[in-house]
Design a protein around this ligand. Structure first.
Ligand code: TRP
Length: 74
């Protein structure tokens, strides 16, 4: 969905171990990694979906909150 609201959602990722990666994937016809952020245990990232970022991939144990709910991938 390319409406304005699809780019205003925030998400929160809290690392439950060292070396968790939050990987930003591009919006548009070509889906590729464009940014990788490394979090150590206890670190929190608060970020927004944007014109450039339509999806994220979280690698490692983390607690994730979005407007759709919250989950842990442990
Ligand atoms: N410059 C990126 C953007 O505006 C920064 C960014 C936003 C990002 N949300 C993210 C990077 C989520 C990684 C994960 O799209």
């Amino acid at each position: 969905m390319e409406d304005a609201t699809s780019k205003t959602d925030f998400f929160v990722v809290k690392a439950l171990e060292d070396g968790v990666h939050v990987i930003g994937l591009t919006r548009g016809t070509e889906t590729r990694f464009h940014h990788s952020e490394k979090l150590d245990k206890g670190e929190v990232m608060i970020a927004q979906f944007t014109e450039h970022t339509s999806a994220i991939k979280v690698r490692g144990k983390a607690f994730i909150q979005t407007s759709h709910g919250e989950l842990s991938n442990e």
